[in-house]
Design a protein around this ligand. Structure first.
Ligand code: TA6
Length: 313
């Protein structure tokens, strides 16, 4: 079984306008609402690839109930821990999408700080659910948890079971997570520069930065590179995944889509090249979607024919 964990899920409000003007009144042309939080998106995208998963996470208050309802509406098995505590609501994130040029800007709430007893409840739930051979996806913001080692702690709970842990986090939550040797990390370009401690300018520098992490024994590193595709380390091999050019509407959620296809490929035991071609196609199809969650599977199947994956090392 695949379990996704979203410590800080959100309701995403997607605000469309022509061109954002600072210090001006900006008139919205459309507002959409969907679920936010990377783990929830991975579960939705896995479902769209006919791969079952169970979505775990923390849902707070009425917003939390809305998040669970939306996720169940996508046909995802949900076992979120839900709490009704005074003044504590799961957060709302805002994404500004400019109709001209489709520039997407995310503005995220922090979400209320989770008391230790809630994160302890989650650790206990994971200990009880996750079995040998399962996969655990730890992804998204965790700044609502004061312990920066939370992802490491969640990883170590299941490591001795031989569970594959997929970590997609940023900043110190990512850096702290390296020491528990997850199976895969999915930094974006800026996050890889952060953990490498330097600006990376060329593909060779990116490969070298990934190799500099060998001491953490992380079998796969998938660096998504905004509109430039991705560079993926698989064991000692390195691949370049070309972007598939599409008329992007909303690039929010493309990284989650890319990660979901890698997980689906591992679950289905298909080759790394076929997995990465599917990842490029799913991410491109997600970019064509107006919302941050999901993609059109038929479109992804078409786009997969255009995918180019090259082994570079
Ligand atoms: O990747 C898309 C997305 O999950 C959006 O739905 C938005 O909620 C944001 O990213 C959340 O990211 P964060 O890093 O704050 O968990």
């Amino acid at each position: 079984m695949i379990f996704t964990v979203t410590l800080n899920p959100a309701v995403d409000k997607i605000l469309f306008l022509d061109e954002f003007q600072r210090s001006r009144t900006n008139r919205l042309t459309q507002t959409l609402e969907t679920i936010g939080g990377k783990g929830t998106h991975v579960s939705i995208n896995l479902k769209l690839q006919d791969v079952q998963s169970t979505a775990l996470g923390i849902a707070l208050g009425e917003n939390g109930k809305k998040i669970v309802k939306i996720l169940e509406g996508w046909g995802v098995e949900v076992q979120f821990l839900q709490y009704d505590l005074p003044g504590m609501e799961s957060r709302t994130n805002y994404e500004i999408v400019e109709n001209s040029g489709h520039i997407c800007t995310m503005v995220t709430e922090r979400g209320p700080i989770l008391p230790t007893r809630i994160t302890d409840d989650l650790l206990k739930q994971i200990r009880g659910l996750v079995k040998a051979g399962d996969m655990l996806v730890l992804t998204g913001d965790a700044s609502n948890v004061e312990d920066a080692a939370i992802y490491s702690k969640l990883t170590l709970v299941v490591k001795e079971l031989g569970v594959k842990v997929f970590l997609d986090a940023s900043g110190h939550y990512l850096k702290e997570g390296l020491s528990s040797s997850p199976f895969l990390i999915k930094p974006n370009f800026e996050e890889l520069c952060f953990i490498a401690g330097r600006d990376l300018k060329t593909e060779a520098e990116i490969v070298a930065a990934m190799q500099s992490l060998d001491g953490f024994n992380i079998p796969m590193i998938a660096m998504t590179w905004n509109g430039n595709g991705a560079i993926v380390k698989n064991g000692r091999d390195f691949y370049r995944v070309n972007p598939i050019k599409v008329e992007a509407i909303n690039e929010g959620g493309c990284g989650d889509a890319f990660l979901s296809a890698i997980i689906a490929g591992i679950e289905k035991n298909i080759s790394i090249e076929a997995t990465l071609k599917a990842a490029a196609a799913v991410a491109a199809a997600a970019a064509e979607s107006e919302i941050t969650a999901g993609f059109d599977p038929t479109r992804a199947a078409e786009l997969k024919k255009l995918a180019v994956v090259t082994k570079i090392r």
